[in-house]
Unconditional design. Structure first.
Length: 83
């Protein structure tokens, strides 16, 4: 595993208003946590979720970077917070 990410120059998206995995919603499924694709803004469910839509998005598009959009402290999905 690489110790330094070589993909930081591919960051385009850092925020989202999406608070659901739309692919899971279409299937009528639930998710554990959400991930925001920092290349295009796609929101998908994490690898702990049944469908792993964020990983499937990576496998389909090659977009390497994602961010969690879950607040552990407040247990809410606030979207991605600006830094």
């Amino acid at each position: 595993m690489a110790t330094v990410c070589r993909h930081l120059d591919q960051i385009v998206v850092t925020t989202t208003d999406t608070g659901v995995c739309e692919d899971c919603v279409k299937l009528g499924d639930d998710w554990v946590h959400l991930r925001l694709c920092m290349s295009c803004g796609h929101v998908g469910c994490c690898d702990s979720s049944k469908n792993r839509h964020a990983r499937r998005h990576f496998q389909h598009t090659g977009h390497p970077l994602v961010r969690s959009i879950w607040c552990y402290a407040d247990e809410v999905m606030p979207g991605e917070l600006a830094e």
